[in-house]
Design a protein around this ligand. Structure first.
Ligand code: GAL
Ligand code: CA
Length: 327
């Protein structure tokens, strides 16, 4: 009899081990961000079946995100995926996770190495914004042609008159994409006249309002808009459509060249309609695959599995993206 009870207990114990759910928390800086929406869906769709998740959106408030994190940690999770509101909060986010022995994957907003290096179980997955800036410049060069005999030189001065629509100040993607796009154009031999650089926080509406007010100042000479993301490029295009300057066409033939980054669905649609000249893929599918691989590795879901990504400084994984134009 004793033996029977013993084996029944063992059996129940084994069953409960096997069906033990792994729980993770996901924090996303803001629900209205187009690119993050696609990225988040890609992550959720690929979560392994034994993982259950809860997601919170932080309404662009770091204070709210901190509370949400604390509540996740109090309830008990095995791993956190965090898209921080403010990159500089990564240190305290990591400290909290370390204290609770919870693994942590930051996405999209890159922590400083010095802010996270004290904890072994923290990683970052993001795009490669330097490469995206350089690719954007190459795409522009492709259209503008020889620096000594420019296409799209509306005022025939052999310089490119341009505006930059920048994402959030101090966001690594906004800073690097802007810097490397302009530097690469210079390297390729183009003379640039940067009419203005305006921060529009990744948002379509802000870019629309900005271009609406700048157009009266620079409209006559403006030749190029470099946007750090597709939503801001689309905001500019919304205005150009409203004033009948841009019309959809089978090939690209607009009077002003607008380029973006992301390759979101709405961004690619605009390229296909001949409105946006091109965009650089911010590859949310590949980034989400890297997040899932990392999660499987951290949680040791299949010890046999080979981990195919290379880390920089043991913690950072960067995913490149390619150019998207009509042809
Ligand atoms: C960038 C992306 C933007 C925005 C931002 C949020 O990588 O290009 O569209 O989503 O991240 O942090
Ligand atoms: Ca010019």
């Amino acid at each position: 009899m004793k033996k029977v009870i013993y084996f029944s207990l063992l059996f129940l114990f084994l069953i409960s081990c096997k069906s033990k759910k792994i729980t993770i928390g996901i924090l996303i800086y803001d629900e209205s961000d187009t690119f993050m929406g696609e990225y988040t869906n890609n992550i959720i769709e690929q979560l392994p079946e034994q993982v259950s998740y809860t997601i919170n959106y932080s309404e662009n408030s770091q204070a709210l995100q901190n509370e949400q994190l604390i509540s996740f940690l109090q309830k008990g999770v095995d791993l956190m995926i965090v898209n921080p509101v403010d990159r500089l909060a990564c240190k305290s986010i990591t400290e909290l996770c370390a204290k609770n022995n919870v693994s942590l994957i930051f996405i999209n907003r890159e922590p400083l190495l010095s802010d996270i290096s004290f904890y072994e179980d923290v990683y970052y997955v993001g795009s490669d914004p330097k490469n995206q800036g350089i690719s954007q410049a190459q795409m522009i060069a492709n259209l503008f042609g020889s620096p000594n005999n420019l296409n799209y030189d509306r005022n025939a001065d052999n310089k490119i008159q341009l505006l930059v629509l920048k994402g959030e100040q101090n966001h690594q993607d906004a800073e690097s994409r802007t810097r490397f796009a302009l530097e690469e154009l210079n390297k390729l031999g183009y003379e640039l006249e940067v009419l203005d650089i305006q921060v529009c926080n990744w948002r379509r509406q802000e870019a629309y309002t900005t271009i609406k007010s700048l157009y009266s100042l620079y409209g006559a000479e403006l030749e190029l808009i470099i946007a750090n993301n597709d939503d801001m490029a689309l905001g500019a295009i919304d205005y150009f459509k409203e004033i009948d300057l841009f019309k959809s066409s089978e090939t690209f033939e607009q009077p002003i060249v607008v380029v973006g980054v992301d390759g979101t669905k709405v961004g690619v649609d605009s390229v296909n309609q001949g409105l946006m000249y091109g965009t650089i893929l911010n590859d949310s599918l590949s980034q989400s695959k890297a997040v899932i691989s990392l999660l499987r590795k951290i949680l040791n879901l299949n010890p046999e599995e080979v981990f195919p990504y290379a880390f920089e400084n043991n913690k950072f994984i960067y995913i490149a993206g390619e150019k998207i134009t009509q042809n």
